[in-house]
Design a binder for this molecule. Structure first.
Ligand code: NAP
Ligand code: ZN
Ligand code: ZN
Length: 346
């Protein structure tokens, strides 16, 4: 039998309001999760507020989901009722293409199925974590290890893996100088994880306001990007720079901070194209790359990595009626460092 879930629904680019949605009965290989906490990712805001093309209202956003399994299909083997689990940004993929077979389902050649604002195999729109329950194929559900609270774990399902994956791909570790641009939801997890990997971590933030926090999170360098002198001080300094800013940035300026063979990785997703001078790359054999999320196996690895080191997100738990205010605060860079909604208030 389908069940009814409470949800917060974006009915237009200007409003989220309480509503009810139907969740299908779990199929043979599916689990139904009672959602306990959902993180507010900036991508939820881009989607709900119509910054990106292709938003279909009404939409239920939310892809940093932590909860407990409350029902399982007949053939489920990976999860049991009562397990602490999480769901991230996608809930299915083709499972056959070269990328799915390599465990990089986020780059599925047929397109991984987004947790929200997509169309599922049943032809219905997918609805995300701003709700009290969700039904997901067991292969796309993560185990949340003991030793990390569900509210601190929720943001790991997007922010955590989005930073862990490029940090691993580009070899962050001892002897590597890493910089994170933007100390928000993604950025603060980037600092924690890069520091736990043993890298020398700096934060490039708009102002000096978050300096103390950055050092507490594990950074040992901090620079205000509003200071034009930053480029002179840090020219050629970093092996890896990860940009989490969703607004347009001066790509040439940040490329100039890279050493020879250094890489600037774009994970922030501005809606407008970026421009750069090729000389900023060629002049020191630098790389400009992008990265999206991480595969299911790597997400599980990241959860174990974080739990073993006590690394959860720094969260401010809010009730659902504060979501609209929280969106405004995230846009104003006024979040320390992830809002997480208590799902019992939907
Ligand atoms: P967030 O919490 O808002 O953090 C972004 C940070 O960027 C802010 O805290 C702020 O840090 C800085 N910033 C904001 N506006 C700026 C501006 N105009 N100029 C310079 N710096 C600015 O957002 P988030 O949830 O971390 O997400 C960041 C971006 O990543 C979004 O575009 C989101 O859609 C995208 N995203 C991408 C992926 C992926 O797989 N690639 C996954 C998740 C999210 P300071 O105050 O320190 O400057
Ligand atoms: Zn996200
Ligand atoms: Zn695939």
């Amino acid at each position: 039998m389908p069940t009814v879930a409470k949800a917060y629904v974006a009915t237009s680019a200007t409003e989220l309001r309480p509503g009810l949605i139907e969740r299908r009965e779990p199929g043979e290989f599916e689990v139904r999760i009672s959602i306990k906490f959902t993180g507010i990712c900036h991508s939820d805001i881009h989607t709900a507020r119509g910054d990106w093309a292709g938003v279909k209202y009404p939409v239920v956003v939310g892809h940093e989901i932590a909860g407990v399994v409350e029902a399982v299909g007949a053939k489920v083997t990976r999860h049991a009722i009562g397990d602490r689990v999480g769901v991230g940004c996608f809930v299915d993929s083709c499972r056959e293409c070269v990328n799915c077979l390599a465990g990089e389902e986020q780059y599925c050649l047929s397109g991984s199925l987004s947790t929200y604002n997509s169309t599922g195999r049943d032809g219905l729109p997918t609805a995300g974590g701003y709700s009290t329950s969700i039904v997901v194929d067991e292969n796309y559900v993560l185990r949340i290890p003991e030793g990390i609270s569900l509210e601190a774990a929720a943001p790991l399902l997007c922010a955590g893996i989005t930073m862990y994956s490029p940090l691993r791909t580009w070899g962050a570790g001892p002897g590597k100088r890493v910089a994170i641009i933007g100390l928000g939801g993604l950025g603060h997890m980037g600092v924690k994880i890069a520091s736990a990997l043993g890298a020398d971590v700096s934060v490039l933030s708009q102002s000096l306001k978050k300096q103390e926090d950055a050092f507490r999170l594990g950074a040992n360098g901090y620079y205000a990007t509003s200071d034009p002198g930053v480029v002179d001080v840090l020219s050629g300094h970093f092996d890896l720079v990860i940009n989490t800013v969703s607004a347009d940035i001066d790509v040439d300026r940040y490329l100039s901070l890279l050493a020879v063979d250094g890489a600037l990785i774009m994970v922030g997703l501005p809606s407008e194209p970026v421009t750069l001078r090729v000389w900023s790359l060629a002049g020191s054999r630098r790389t400009l790359a992008g990265s999206k999320l991480g595969g299911i196996a790597q997400t599980q690895e990241m959860l174990e990595f974080c739990a073993a080191r006590g690394l959860g997100a720094d969260v401010e738990v809010i009730s659902a009626d504060k979501i609209n205010d929280a969106f405004d605060r995230v846009i104003a860079s006024d979040v320390r460092y992830r809002f997480v909604v208590d799902a019992s208030t939907f």
